[in-house]
Design a protein around this ligand. Structure first.
Ligand code: ZN
Length: 346
């Protein structure tokens, strides 16, 4: 099969396009002929590598994908063959205490497509049967692929972990990334008032289209926490969605007493300084999570399929141009998701 893979860590130039053997589905697994993959910042972190990450080369990147089931392994209903599906990239073992409690994203033997096993930058991928979800007829597979990781992650963080309630004020730090565009929509659907801090007017226009109530341009207002306090009558927001990380000092200032800071990533880098006095002095809760359990994935994808939430697709590259797609994502000017087209649409 055609695939984009790496044999060493590094910049976008380490992505190679070529032929690798077709994967065969094992017991309980299905093989999906992919039509689209979607990029996530995760792909860049895996490509660059981190201490302790051990990939088996050649390694295929990519967590998000959608396509058509083309083969099933032993123990799987052959009726799956020919069905259009989207992948849940978050794979639990199904047997550990966390999985049995329905918390498969906390699994002791947790796997993630494109990180701990072969991903979606390829014509075929093999996943457990539990990790494919049928896509309704007429729903675009590119948008299904673009939604999977970011919507499950944002839903789990805001709704399940963050306990977001109608009438609350939510600040989203960042306007245009995949998780942020999902978070803005989910917060509006939950009945919250949404503030967005973005780096320029173009990105903020997207946030407004997605339903954001108040926009703050940090290129004009570097001390944006003051504007948040002004807009909330000096109270501060109930919830801050901060997946930048290096912005935590300002997020702590923007939160109300007793507020919650939700985080699922750190696009600004993993290590930064915080002033702990804000956490205890303001009774703040910092709530982290990664991905979501199956239940949240299915719940949020139902809303995506129903058109109540939508993935924002910025640009589609052919699979062979994955390197250019990575360079584009790293420049950070995209509005929403960057997608790879692999086969003709079903
Ligand atoms: Zn498990």
């Amino acid at each position: 099969m055609k695939a984009v893979y790496l044999t060493e860590h590094g910049g976008p130039e380490v992505l190679q396009f070529g032929d690798l053997p077709d994967p065969e589905p094992g017991r309980g697994e299905v093989r999906v002929r992919l039509h689209y993959a979607a990029l996530n910042h995760l792909d860049i972190w895996v490509r660059k590598g981190w201490p302790g990450l051990r990939l088996r080369y050649p390694h295929i990147l990519g967590a998000d994908g959608a396509g058509v089931v083309d083969a099933v392994g032993p123990g799987v209903d052959p009726a799956w063959v020919g069905r259009r599906v989207v992948l849940n990239p978050n794979i639990g073992c199904g047997r550990c205490d966390y999985c049995r409690a329905g918390l498969d994203n906390m699994c002791d033997r947790w796997q993630l497509l494109g990180e701990t096993r072969s991903g979606t930058y390829a014509e075929f991928v093999v996943v457990p049967e539990a990790n494919v979800l049928p896509v309704p007829d007429g729903f675009d597979l590119a948008h299904a692929a673009a939604a999977a990781l970011v919507f499950q992650t944002a839903w789990h963080s805001l709704v399940t972990r963050g306990g977001l309630r109608p009438g609350e004020w939510v600040l989203v730090v960042g306007a245009s990334g995949g998780v942020n565009t999902a978070s803005i929509q989910i917060a509006k659907l939950a009945g919250a008032t949404v503030l967005v801090v973005g780096s320029n007017a173009r990105k903020l226009a997207l946030a407004r289209d997605l339903g954001a109530d108040h926009l703050i341009d940090r290129s004009q207002t570097p001390a944006w926490h003051k504007e948040v306090r002004r807009l909330t009558g000096k109270r501060g927001v109930d919830v801050v969605v901060d997946n930048v990380g290096t912005t935590f000092p300002l997020s702590f200032k923007a939160a109300r007493k007793g507020g919650r800071i939700l985080t699922v990533g750190n696009t600004g880098g993993p290590v930064f300084e915080i002033d702990n006095r804000y956490i205890f002095g303001k009774h703040l809760s910092v709530i982290g999570s990664t991905m979501s359990p199956q239940k949240d994935f299915r719940q949020v994808m139902d809303l995506v399929f129903a058109g109540r939430l939508r993935a924002v697709v910025d640009r589609v590259f052919p699979l062979a141009e994955a390197r250019a797609a990575h360079e584009y994502l790293e420049r950070g000017q995209q509005l929403g998701k960057v997608v790879l087209a692999i086969a003709a649409d079903a």
